[in-house]
Structures are given as structure tokens and as C-alpha cells.
Design a protein around this ligand. Sequence first.
Ligand code: PGA
Length: 269
Amino acid sequence: MQAWVIGNWKQNPATSDDVDVLLNDLCAAISDIEQVSKDSSARCQLMIAPSLVHLAAVSSRLKATSVLCAGQDVSAHSASTGAYTGECSAQQVVDAGATWTILGHSERRQYHQESNDTLLQKMTHALTQGLGVVFCIGETQAQYDGNQTLTVIDNQLAVVKAFIAEQPELIDSLPTCLIIAYEPVWAIGTGKVPTVTEVSATHQHIKQTLAGFADSLSTMTVLYGGSVNANNANSFAADPMIDGALVGGASLKADSFLTIATAFSQASI
Ligand code: PGA
């Protein structure tokens, strides 16, 4: 199965010059990864989600590579245009060169109070504009401590169920345009990670839940995110339930991103 390694740059880097430096390093690293892929049956699809202000420049630069470009969010209000100051629509994210967008990241849920209703609107706008969606789910530390992980995840996956109910004609296409990223909130940017066994069991639950929504969803890609780095990537990559990684901090250095991508690339052989 093809692995995915996605770099979420969040509100980084600070300047366009810094973006250029990172892109120069990445493009050199990426040509090494593409060489690995050519030399073997390894398959790892790379994707970068820069900040909106850098999206057009990054996507234009990455066009010559196999790396995909993603937004980090889209407007819930309208799929195209409208009087929504500060917002950017799915259509505009596509126009800037992205083919995917992250949705429902815990930082957006936390700082922007994103609810299931809002996320259903965003998912509908993105998918109907032809943008693939990396849909983030995961429990907080208190929910983890209270053994509520699977309940929280089921509640968050209700967005996918509601989307299917509204757009049944799109069900069969979802395995190619919807990716689930399981990111325990307590593991994001903290250096704390769940055990691979815990992640594997949670991914199994996610996959079974999705398959229960529709038969065609039995092949959905489920990524792990939260403090993935060059040192622990191999252990996550070795588990067949973990189809790749959504990487924050370690995606801001080309060498650590390359090491993570290589780990998943080699595990996919
Ligand atoms: P992290 O972030 O890798 O820095 O923990 C992951 C994410 O927020 O997607």
C-alpha cells in the first residue's frame, strides 16, 4: 500500500526568504527520495501544507516534483466567493495550486471552536471543489486519561458519516480523496507519543468504523500525527495499520522530513 508523509508547516516559516531556504533543502532531499522510489517498489507520496500566504509560491515551486501541495483550512461559509473577511474558500485554495487541504486540525478545533457542523460544511466545500481532505481527529489528554479515546473519535468521524448521507454519489471516490489523520492532541508538539500498539489499535478502530459506514470505505488511508520525528518514524512505519504520518515540527527541517519519508517509503515495500 502507498504510504503518505505530509508536512504541516502551520504558521511557519516567518518570511518568504525562509520558505525559499526550506524549499531549496527540500527539493534536494526530495530528489533523493524519488531516486529511492525509482530503485525499488517503495511508494511514499509526499505532501506539504504551507501557510496560505506562501501556498501559491510553494505549489508553483513543487510543480516540477512529485510532491503535492495542501491548504491548512478552507472557509465554511462559501465554496467560492462572498463577503467573508479574512476567509479563503476551497476554490481559492485550488486556484493557489493546492490539490488537498487539511481540515479539523486540533489547533483549529481549539482556537477557532470548529464544531462538527462547521467541519461538515468545510468538507463539503473542499470535496465538491475537487480538493482532497486530510481530516484530523484525536482526543485530548483528559479524554485519553479518562479512556474516552474511541468515543471521541467516533463523535469526530460522525462528520464523515453525515457527509456520506448528504452526498451518497461521492462515496466510492472517498478512498482516493479523503485521508484520516489520527492525532492525539496531547502528542502534538509535546514530544510525548502513544505506543505503536495503542496507535495501531486506534487505527484499526477507525478503519472498522469507516468500513461500517460503507463497504467502499474499507480501504481508507489512516495516518498518525503527533511528535513524529526522525528517531521514532521507523517504529510507526513498521506497523501495517499506520499508513503514513502527518508531521508538524519535524517537517520544518528537510533532513528530518526526508528521514521520516524514507522510513515510510521503505516500510511500504
Ligand atoms: P508535531 O505536529 O509533529 O509538531 O507534533 C503534528 C501536527 O500538528 O500535525
